[in-house]
Design a protein around this ligand. Sequence first.
Ligand SMILES: CC(C)(COP(=O)(O)OP(=O)(O)OC[C@H]1O[C@@H](n2cnc3c(N)ncnc32)[C@H](O)[C@@H]1OP(=O)(O)O)[C@@H](O)C(=O)NCCC(=O)NCCS
Length: 171
Amino acid sequence: MEIRPETAEDHGLVGLLYRQAFVGNYEAELVDALRDAGEARIVLVATEGDELIGHILFAAVGIRIGDRPVATLALAEMAVHADQQGRGIGGRLVAAGLAAARAQAVEAVVVLGHPTYYPRFGFSAELARRLRTPFRGGEAFMALPLAPGALEGDMGVVTYPSAFQIGRRPR
Ligand SMILES: CC(C)(COP(=O)(O)OP(=O)(O)OC[C@H]1O[C@@H](n2cnc3c(N)ncnc32)[C@H](O)[C@@H]1OP(=O)(O)O)[C@@H](O)C(=O)NCCC(=O)NCCS
């Protein structure tokens, strides 16, 4: 299994992967919209031979804590092919994405996702309660500081690019 940056040749298979992993088109369309809007910052695929078995996309978002902007990405979408789940591929995609984010001096990452999956990577719903977001996430909205103290201070405000507004199930 190899993890590498997504290329334009992968786009078709990535769309199929999301349509297989989720009911409906929302996730595939969000991936396309974030790419088209130039908001996709880290996009990785997992492949095995000719098969594309996993994908992850981190998008640009903004956090402001008081006057301080915090360089932040959202883990916007990820999927692993149903036949390949539970083999650690998702974990390796998240780890590779976070390593790339650290290399880009990203200070924090947020996610709106499965509340029992992302804490294993350090994401915290408790920390995210200090951030105001346009989405109602509850325990599913989690934050991970990559730089010490990145999320400390006053209540923070998260702003998402408009591509997140497509469809009716934003995450
Ligand atoms: C969530 C997903 C990306 C995980 O990928 P994966 O390669 O199966 O993950 P890993 O093998 O690294 O980890 C497996 C663990 O994830 C957990 N997991 C899988 N789906 C989960 C879910 N919906 N909620 C909570 N935990 C989940 C498994 O229970 C397993 O836990 P364990 O290690 O304690 O046994 C994959 O299941 C998937 O694509 N699901 C459908 C699409 C989706 O839900 N995407 C994420 C949107 S937030």
